[in-house]
Design a binder for this molecule. Structure first.
Ligand code: ATP
Ligand code: MG
Length: 619
C-alpha cells in the first residue's frame, strides 16, 4: 500500500484536551478524530489496529466455543422493563421513542437483548451450555467522557453471555472466559492484573476484573506483597486486626463488677458538649479513634435482602418491580457500626444488603431514627432499625460511642454486653498497610484501569425475563447465566499507554496497522524500483507493507514513521543501493540501531523477524 493512497492525517500539534499519551498519539497519528464529546471516529490507521484486536478476540472466543452473533444496537425498551433495569440504568441509558411512541434504547450493554433472543430459542437442556458473543457499539451517556477513547460515550465492547443448567457448568465457562481474556491481553502485549471484583448489588457469585496499572485509573487495587491476592478496593477484605482494649483493667462484664456496677453503671454516660466528630472526641477524651465505635445511618434503595425479621422493618413497603423479578424494599434504613479509625466500604455494604443504591441518610432521618442530632448516634439502646456490625467491633470491650442524645456519649461500651447487631459482616474499606486475609502479609495499593470484567450473574436475568428449558426429566427449569465484557477502544488505548516513547507509538506486532514501513529516501529511480520490489516480496510472504511514497524530506518521513509506530522500518537510499553489495537499513521501532541488510535477503529477514515477534506474543 502506498502512503499517498491512504488517509492518514498525521499532526504535529496536540489537541488541548488530550492529557494522556494514548489520546495525544491516537490523534497525532491520525488513528481517530473527535466528532463531539465522547464520540470518536476511527480513521483507516486506527481501524486497522482495531480490526486486529477484534480478530484476536474472535480467535480466543472460538477457542472456548463462544459463538459470534450480531444483535441490534437499538433494542426495545420493553426488554429493559422486564429485567427491572429500565429504571435502574437512569440517565446513563440513551432512550428514544419511535414514530409509534415505542420506547427504544441504544444498548449500553446487552444482557437483556441477548437473553430475550435466547428465551425464544431455548427449549431443551440439550442446547446448554450456550455461549454467545458480539463485538458491537455501546452507548453510555457518561457524565464525564475523558482521556479520548478510554472513556467515551460510544465505544466498542466484546460482550459475551452464557447460559447453563447448573453452577458447575457456569463455573467452567467463567474460568475458560478468564483464561481467554488473559490470552487476549497477553497477545496485545499488555500486562494485566486480574483482581477480585464486586459482582454488583443484585447478587452473582463471582466477578473478576482485568486491570492495567495506570496513573489515571479510576480503580484502587489492593495487592499482597507476598501471595497472589489482588482485589478491587470495592471488594477487598483483610485480616480483621482486632485492636486490644484501650485501657486494660477497665470493667468488662457486669458480673465481674458486682455491686460497684450499680453505682458506676457500665457503660458510663459522659457529657461531651459541642463535640461531634471523631477528631473532636479524640481531643476531648485524649484517646485514639481506634477506641470509638462510629455509627452511621444509611438509606438504601431497592433492597433485595429479606428484612421481614429485622428490627423496625416489619411494616416496610415491599414490591416486585417485574413479574419474575425478586421482591424489593423501595426504601430501608440501616445503622452501620465500625471502629472509629476505619471507613465503611459502601460497595461492600450495598452488596451485603443487596441494595440498588445506598447513601448516608439525611440529617432529618438520622434525627428521627436515633432521637438525636447527627454526631450522637450509637448502637447502645438503638432500636427501630437493623444494626450492621463490622467484624472489628466484636473485639471492642471498652469503647466510646454516641449515647443517642445531644452532647452525650457513652464510654466503657462492650460489644455483646451492651449491644449486638442484626448482622455481623466485613464492611471496612481496606487500605495499604492492612494485612492480607490469605497469608497475613502487608497489602499495597495501585491505581488501575479496567479493561475487562467477567461475571457470574446467576438467575437475575433468566428469572425476571422468564427463560426456561426442559431438563432430562421433562421438568421446567431456569438456566443460570454469566456475562463477560472487554472494551476494545480502551484496550487499544492502553496498549499505546504501555508501548510508546517520546516519538510516538511502538506497536506490538500483533496490533500494528501494518507490519513494515518502507521509507525510500527519494521515491525515484533505483530507490523506487527497490522499494516496490521489496513491497511485493514482503506481501508475497504475507506481510502488510506501507510504502512512504510521498515527496517529502526524509526527516518528515522518519518522524511520521516513528509517530505511527509500525514495528519494522526499512530505509531505501541511493548510497546503500550503489554499494558493491546493495543494502537497505532495517530498524525495529523502539530499538536504537539501524542494521544494514543485503537487499536481496531483506524480505526473508523481515519475515523471520516478524514471525518471531508474533510467535512470542501469541505463545
Ligand atoms: P467503568 O467502571 O470504567 O465505567 P464499567 O465497569 O461500567 O466500566 P463494564 O460494564 O464492566 O464497564 O463494561 C465492560 C468493559 O467495557 C469495561 O471493562 C471497559 O473496558 C469497557 N467500557 C465501559 N465503559 C466504557 C467507556 N465509557 N468507554 C470505553 N470503554 C468502556
Ligand atoms: Mg465493570
Amino acid at each position: 500500500m502506498k502512503l499517498t493512497r491512504t488517509f492518514i492525517p498525521t499532526l504535529r500539534e496536540v489537541p488541548a484536551d488530550a492529557v494522556i499519551a494514548s489520546h495525544r498519539l491516537m490523534f497525532r497519528a491520525g488513528m481517530i478524530r473527535k466528532l463531539a464529546n465522547g464520540l470518536f471516529a476511527y480513521l483507516p490507521l486506527g481501524l486497522r489496529s482495531l480490526r486486529k484486536l477484534e480478530q484476536i478476540i474472535r480467535e480466543e472466543m472460538a477457542a472456548i466455543n463462544s459463538q459470534e452473533i450480531k444483535p441490534t444496537v437499538v433494542v426495545p425498551g420493553e426488554v429493559w422493563k422486564e429485567s427491572g433495569r429500565w429504571e435502574a440504568m437512569g440517565d446513563a441509558m440513551l432512550r428514544a421513542k419511535n414514530r409509534l411512541g415505542v420506547d427504544l434504547v441504544v444498548s449500553p450493554t446487552a444482557e437483556e437483548a441477548v437473553t430475550a433472543l435466547v428465551r425464544d430459542e431455548l427449549s431443551s437442556y440439550r442446547q446448554l451450555p450456550l455461549s454467545l458473543y458480539q463485538i458491537n457499539s455501546k452507548y453510555r451517556d457518561e457524565i464525564r467522557p475523558r482521556y479520548g477513547v478510554m472513556r467515551g460515550r460510544e465505544f466498542i465492547m466484546k460482550d459475551a453471555y452464557s447460559y447453563h443448567t447448573d453452577e458447575e457448568c457456569l463455573d467452567k465457562t467463567y474460568r475458560d472466559m478468564g483464561r481467554a481474556y488473559r490470552r487476549v491481553f497477553r497477545r496485545c502485549g499488555l500486562t494485566v492484573i486480574p483482581v477480585q471484583a464486586d459482582s454488583g448489588a443484585m447478587g452473582g457469585s463471582g466477578s473478576e476484573e482485568f486491570m492495567v496499572e495506570s496513573e489515571i485509573g479510576d480503580n484502587t487495587l489492593l495487592l499482597c506483597k507476598s501471595c497472589d491476592y489482588a482485589a478491587n478496593v470495592e471488594k477487598a477484605s483483610c485480616k480483621p486486626d482486632f485492636c486490644p482494649p484501650a485501657k486494660p483493667g477497665t470493667p468488662l462484664a457486669i458480673e465481674a463488677v458486682g455491686e460497684e456496677a450499680v453505682s458506676t453503671p457500665v457503660p458510663e454516660t459522659i457529657y461531651t458538649p459541642s463535640v461531634k466528630t471523631i477528631e473532636e472526641l479524640c481531643d476531648f477524651l485524649k484517646t485514639d479513634a481506634k477506641n470509638f465505635i462510629k455509627t452511621l445511618i444509611y438509606r438504601a434503595v431497592n433492597v433485595e435482602l429479606d428484612l421481614s425479621a429485622a428490627p423496625g422493618c416489619a411494616s416496610l413497603e415491599r414490591r416486585r418491580p417485574a413479574p419474575g423479578a425478586p421482591e424489593l424494599y423501595p426504601e430501608a434504613f440501616f445503622a452501620v457500626v465500625i471502629r472509629g479509625d476505619l471507613d465503611v466500604n459502601e460497595v461492600k455494604l450495598a452488596a451485603i444488603l443487596k441494595a440498588g443504591e445506598l447513601a448516608l441518610a439525611a440529617d432529618t432521618d438520622v434525627q428521627r431514627l436515633t432521637g438525636a442530632p447527627v454526631g450522637f448516634a450509637g448502637p447502645v439502646g438503638l432500636t427501630g432499625l437493623p444494626i450492621i456490625v463490622d467484624q472489628t467491633v466484636t473485639a471492642m470491650s471498652d469503647a466510646v460511642t454516641g449515647a443517642l442524645a445531644k452532647d452525650l456519649h457513652y464510654r466503657h461500651v462492650a460489644y455483646g454486653r451492651d449491644f449486638t447487631g442484626w448482622m455481623l459482616s466485613d464492611i471496612r474499606t481496606v487500605k495499604a498497610g492492612d494485612h492480607c486475609s490469605h497469608c497475613g502479609a502487608e497489602l499495597y495499593e495501585k491505581k488501575g484501569n479496567e479493561l475487562g470484567h467477567i461475571f457470574k450473574l446467576g438467575y437475575k436475568y433468566t428469572r425476571s425475563m422468564n427463560v426456561s428449558y426442559l431438563d432430562e426429566h421433562g421438568k421446567t427449569r431456569t438456566p443460570t447465566m454469566g456475562s463477560y465484557g472487554i472494551g476494545l477502544d480502551r484496550t487499544l488505548a492502553s496498549v499505546i499507554e504501555e508501548h510508546h516513547d517520546g516519538d510516538g507509538i511502538i506497536w506490538p506486532a500483533t496490533l500494528s496497522p501494518w507490519h513494515v514501513i518502507i521509507v525510500p529516501i527519494k521515491y525515484d529511480g533505483a530507490v523506487k524500483a527497490t522499494a516496490d520490489t521489496l513491497e511485493q516480496e514482503l506481501e508475497q510472504r504475507g506481510l502488510e507493507v506501507l510504502v512512504d511514497d510521498r515527496d517529502e524530506r526524509p526527516g518528515v518521513k522518519f518522524k511520521d514513521a516513528d509517530l505511527v509506530g509500525i514495528p519494522f522500518r526499512v530505509v531505501v537510499g541511493d548510497k546503500n543501493l550503489a554499494a558493491a553489495v546493495p543494502t537497505v537499513e532495517i530498524r525495529r521501532r523502539g530499538e536504537g540501531e539501524n542494521r544494514l541488510v543485503n537487499t536481496a535477503a531483506a524480505a526473508d529477514e523481515l519475515a523471520a523477524l516478524l514471525e518471531a515477534e508474533l510467535a512470542a506474543l501469541n505463545a
